[in-house]
Design a protein around this ligand. Structure first.
Ligand code: HEM
Length: 493
């Protein structure tokens, strides 16, 4: 809704506050003459326009955001001292940004792709960023492969086209990707909208309680709108009519007061359970079976306010898995460890070293550090307070009360192969396939065949081989959908 205009707001000025005399006609020498350099308003206007664009996020470039509230419905304070969970009924302000992954900033929304589900909780002890996806697992288990994944799914360096060949060459050479690939190719691979999908923290994190005891945790967000998805044909027709279907749906539903909600649930694993787990519980390509690690209700996330300015609040939003608060911690998951570096680093490049001062990113609680200066330091830079520690003035002391309990680690330093880790790369993909009914299996086969498109035959055969290892019916179904005889696959395997 447009804001009421004050008299001041109706007067056009330069950045320096001087009146703009003419915003229609450039100052020229004579009615047809060349422009004069002294038309400083023209110079300011063009120079500002020339700098409007900032680098887009390397991935997750296309997104939509909204503010909301998280409300605790169940007590989990026996697991965590985090103040956000301190009492039932407690409310915390949240900002959430959803995204597609591979497409650029102008890409269509209704694409077959995973979706980002990034949350920033403005807690009284600092910002907690849970930067998840709409799937509980990921393609990789080693951060060293992340740049390769993105080069494979983005545009080909020569054709500048998205390439099924590059994409599937890479995926099929990494058997650990099969679980995520199965989800992406399933009937859930194209959500109808951001409101109609679940969210997951995906990694294993830790919770630490007031007694200093640690347990391991996975975060889940179950949509209360119900899961709704598009078929390839429906998505194709939709993109032809509306490239911004997710943005439109989220914005319009919040404007009309139909606030989307998700139920936050957790799964908990003790240290003893982690030690006895038949697979690596810190492996991002694996889920924790719900039967063994039951879901527990925690609270409700509701989105109820659209940002007033997309660039300021959504484009400039910076989510960082390194942002945790007392009572919530990391885990040995090496993918998570890699992310602890990459996000702040990307944001220092994309938004600048002081991006934490941008209002959407700034903590709602006081924050003090000895970091100083840098481009766009616009908050007063802590005035005359000392910029060093220790100092004799009692300024900002470290807070040892918040130290985490020590974590036992062992082992010699080496490039340990994750292929030798406990738990194979096929069983959970197979389990997921076996849970599907016939129609869901048919959708998986057809979606895979269409997505592999013009990828070379040997790559298709390699994928069918991976599927056969997960479940013979999975491999046979994909082979059938591609019209490749099984004996040809046997010869190549
Ligand atoms: C965005 C790196 C894995 C979810 C990004 C960005 C980088 C990045 C550099 C852009 C950040 C920015 O410019 O603000 C990595 C690396 C990974 C990894 C190095 C693995 C080692 C993951 C995983 C998930 C994930 C496993 C989900 C579980 C997201 C989301 C965004 C994002 C949701 C968009 C955040 C937003 O809306 O601003 N990632 N990523 N990423 N990533 Fe990752």
């Amino acid at each position: 809704m447009p804001k009421k205009k004050s008299d001041k707001r109706t007067k056009l000025t330069t950045n320096a506050g001087a009146p703009v005399v003419d915003n229609q006609n450039t100052m020229t020498a004579g009615p047809r003459g060349p422009a004069l350099l002294q038309d400083v308003w023209l110079l300011e206007k063009l120079a500002t326009f020339d700098r409007e664009v900032i680098p887009e996020r390397r991935m997750h470039a296309k997104g939509s955001g909204a503010y909301g509230t998280f409300t605790v419905t169940h007590d989990i304070s026996r697991y965590t001292r985090a103040k956000i969970f301190s009492e039932v009924g407690k409310k915390t302000e949240v900002f959430v940004r959803f995204s597609t992954v591979a497409g650029e900033r102008g890409a269509a929304d209704a694409e077959r792709d995973i979706r980002g589900f990034a949350m920033k909780y403005y807690t009284e002890e600092g910002n907690w960023d849970l930067v998840g996806n709409n799937t509980p697992v990921f393609f990789l288990k080693d951060p060293l492969k992340f740049p390769d994944l993105n080069h494979a799914v983005k545009r080909d360096p020569r054709t500048n086209l998205r390439s099924a060949k590059n994409n599937w060459d890479f995926w099929t050479l990494l058997p650990e990707a099969l679980h995520q690939v199965t989800i992406t190719m399933s009937e859930r691979g194209i959500p109808l909208s951001y409101r109609h999908m679940n969210g997951y923290g995906s990694h294993t994190f830790s919770l630490i309680n007031a007694a200093g005891e640690r347990c391991w945790v996975k975060f889940h967000f179950k949509t209360e709108q119900g899961i709704k998805c598009l078929t390839d044909a429906e998505a194709e027709a939709l993109v032809g009519r509306d490239r911004e279907s997710h943005q439109r749906d989220l914005y319009e539903s919040i404007e009309r007061g139909d606030f989307p909600r998700w139920k936050m649930q957790i799964q908990i694993m003790t240290d003893e359970q982690a030690a006895a787990c038949p697979f690596n519980p810190f492996d991002l390509t694996k889920v924790w079976p719900h039967g063994d690690y039951p879901m527990m209700d925690v609270g409700v996330l509701e989105l109820n306010r659209n940002p007033d300015n997309y660039f300021a609040e959504v484009e400039q939003a910076a989510f960082n898995p390194a942002n945790v608060v007392p009572g919530i911690g990391f885990s040995p998951d090496k993918m998570l460890q890699g992310r602890l570096f990459a996000y702040g680093d990307a944001q220092r490049y994309r938004l600048g070293v002081n991006h934490h001062l941008i209002p959407v990113n700034a903590s709602r609680c006081p924050f003090h550090s000895y970091h100083r200066d840098g481009a766009m330091r616009v908050d007063g830079n802590y005035g005359s307070t000392p910029g060093y520690e220790p100092n004799s003035y009692g300024e900002w002391q470290e807070q040892p009360d918040f130290a985490e309990p020590p974590l036992e680690l062992s082992g010699a330093a080496a490039h340990w192969s994750h292929r030798d880790d406990a738990g194979d790369d096929y069983s959970q993909a197979g389990d997921l396939f076996r849970m599907m009914n016939d129609a869901q299996r048919e959708a998986l086969f057809g979606n895979t065949a269409r997505a592999m498109g013009d990828a070379p035959r040997e790559i298709k055969i390699r994928h069918i081989g991976n599927c056969l290892r997960a479940d013979p019916d999975y491999g046979r179904g994909v082979a059938g959908a591609m019209g490749i005889p099984l004996d040809e696959i046997e010869k190549q395997r």
